[in-house]
Ligand binder design. Structure first.
Ligand SMILES: Cc1cc2nc3c(=O)[nH]c(=O)nc-3n(C[C@H](O)[C@H](O)[C@H](O)COP(=O)(O)OP(=O)(O)OC[C@H]3O[C@@H](n4cnc5c(N)ncnc54)[C@H](O)[C@@H]3O)c2cc1C
Length: 508
């Protein structure tokens, strides 16, 4: 799609979960917006089918990032899918709609981010939403983002709920309602049998707005700075460099990998890391690329007695939120049920099967993203430093044990042929520690590389303005000081809503 104006009020870099929200809210108030997205339009049918996501991993619509070897995980590198398409990661994610626990946001507020406490952000979650149940204490109606329930649960997902309930876990009708802890069926960003990505929900309905310019295939290299102010960006498209200018603000929405990378190649970041690759430091901001963290996932894989029925929803219909320690303010374990084989690395892959994937959602390990070279298109050095904190390993082992207990219940007897990962030879807690190190993977919920807050570790202030530069904000999952204890699409959409509110307030 071609550029039609030389200057817009706002530039939005990255058309993902947060960028789509910002774009819509700014257009609705009459501002002009140019969206610069590295990926293509979302016209691949696999994007729109709720069951298409496994085929998109590793496809041309995936940045397919890879970590550096992980010293606490047997020296393995970890594959990190990230959406490179209109809608960003919301175009290839699992569509689960979970906001997290109120203590996550109250924690942000206590950690130097006033205005981001749960009571303040709940209305923003609701503002986005068009929930199938209608408006109420916990949900909104009439917003751009459809949220629906699983109406015809897959029989194995139903077995998962029955098995966990049989072990005494409370059944939760709504993980976003009064009680997050418990087992239940997910709510999903699906309508009419189609994925509703942030792009489809927020921007596709207003594509005819004359203030909107969408430039796909545009890889932003750096922010253009004049006298300490962001005035535009330089980007590569069609094999050459271009410039786009912003009359008001540049809004970086490139996600947990893209936004810090753009800052680093603009000379905004830790002076030592920039100097090491020959990028001149404009603002010495040590927090850029620091505080990288992620939810972790392992796969307990079961061989099934035969082929499973196809199912009608997103392949990820049910999950459990539980705590490894009753003193925690909210759940830290999130076993997720999938009626497909989601392989555990280096373990057998049965032809027919299902997976109970033990997840850790209050990780304590922290890592870094650093530039690998002065080339803005070179993949960065991604080091999540997984399992560095001993708590993460022990809590994941707890989650594996919990998932195993569920998988062994009678509700699964008709489906279960054999447990293939961790497998019958894994008996002791030490065996399970070894399993976790061999098979730990991403839960796809990376955050934190442009941390919001106050003090030396922060990159943006609580209004998401980059320290040391005027006219430049970051709004995406990278600003989260700590990852919420649920899936991160809804929280990132909330960040987009709050960013829009603050940008519009400042725009007068
Ligand atoms: C496989 C997978 C499954 C997931 N499942 C779920 C789930 O079921 N539920 C859930 O809540 N969350 C899920 N998530 C996580 C969730 O989707 C993300 O946390 C969220 O989408 C992040 O939003 P964002 O706006 O920060 O970044 P993104 O949505 O990733 O958007 C960033 C955009 O910026 C573009 N970009 C980056 N750099 C540049 C550049 N230099 N120039 C131009 N454009 C650029 C990218 O191409 C991308 O379109 C999943 C994620 C993945 C990858």
């Amino acid at each position: 799609m071609a550029q039609t104006r030389t200057e817009h009020d706002f530039l939005v870099v990255g058309a993902g979960s947060a960028g789509s929200v910002l774009t819509r809210r700014l257009l609705d108030q009459g501002y002009s917006v140019q969206v610069l997205e590295a990926g293509p339009p979302d016209d691949d049918a696999r994007v729109h089918s709720p069951q298409g996501w496994p085929a998109l991993l590793g496809s041309a619509l995936d940045w397919a990032a890879v970590s550096v070897p992980q010293r606490h995980a047997g020296g393995r590198t970890l594959a990190w899918p990230r959406g490179k398409v209109l809608g960003g990661s919301s175009s290839l994610n699992g569509m689960i709609y979970v906001r997290g626990h109120r203590s996550d946001y109250d924690g942000w507020a206590a950690d130097g981010c006033p205005g981001w406490d749960w009571d303040s952000v709940l209305p923003l979650f609701k503002r986005s939403e068009d929930h199938v149940d209608g408006a109420g204490a916990w949900h909104g109606a009439g917003g751009p983002l459809p949220v629906s329930r699983i109406t015809e649960p897959h029989p194995t997902a139903a077995a998962f709920v029955e098995a966990a309930a049989g072990l005494g876990h409370p059944v939760t009708e709504d993980f976003n309602g009064a009680r997050m802890t418990g087992v239940g069926f997910n709510h999903v960003t699906v309508r009419g049998g189609l994925r509703m990505s942030a792009w489809q929900s927020f921007v596709a309905p207003v594509l005819g707005n004359p203030g909107l310019t969408v430039t796909t295939g545009a890889r932003v290299h750096r922010v253009l700075l004049e006298k300490g102010r962001a005035v535009g960006v330089e980007y590569a498209a069609d094999g050459r460099l271009h410039r786009a200018r912003a009359a008001r603000e540049v809004l970086l929405c490139g996600g947990v990998l893209g936004s810090p990378q753009t800052l680093l190649h603009s000379g905004i970041g830790p002076a030592d890391a920039l100097g090491a690759v020959g990028v001149e430091t404009v603002v010495d901001l040590p927090g850029v690329g620091a505080n990288l963290h992620d939810h972790l996932l392992v796969s307990n894989v079961y061989e099934a007695t035969g082929p499973l029925p196809a199912g009608t929803a997103n392949l990820l219909e049910a999950q459990l939120f539980a705590s490894s320690d009753a003193r925690l303010p909210g759940p830290d374990l999130q076993p997720l049920f999938m009626h497909l084989v989601y392989p555990a690395e280096s373990y057998p892959v049965p032809e027919h099967g299902y997976t109970i994937a033990p997840g850790l959602v209050r990780p304590r390990s922290r890592g870094t993203l650093r530039p690998a070279s002065a080339d803005p298109e070179a993949a960065p050095l991604i080091d999540p430093n997984v399992l560095d904190d001993p708590y993460d390993l022990e809590a994941l082992v707890d989650a594996v044990e919990l998932s195993r207990e569920i998988g062994g219940q009678r509700a699964f007897d008709v489906w279960r042929k054999a447990e293939v990962a961790p497998g019958p030879k894994a008996r002791t807690r030490d065996d399970l520690r070894a399993f976790v190190r061999r098979a730990v993977a991403t839960y796809h919920h990376q955050v934190g590389t442009c941390r919001m807050g106050r003090g030396a570790a922060a990159v943006v202030d609580p209004s998401l303005r980059v320290y040391g530069v005027d006219g430049l904000r970051v709004a995406d999952a990278s600003v989260m000081p700590s990852v919420p204890s649920g899936n991160t699409n809804a929280p990132t959409i909330m960040v987009g809503e709050k960013a829009a509110e603050m940008v519009l307030a400042d725009a007068g």
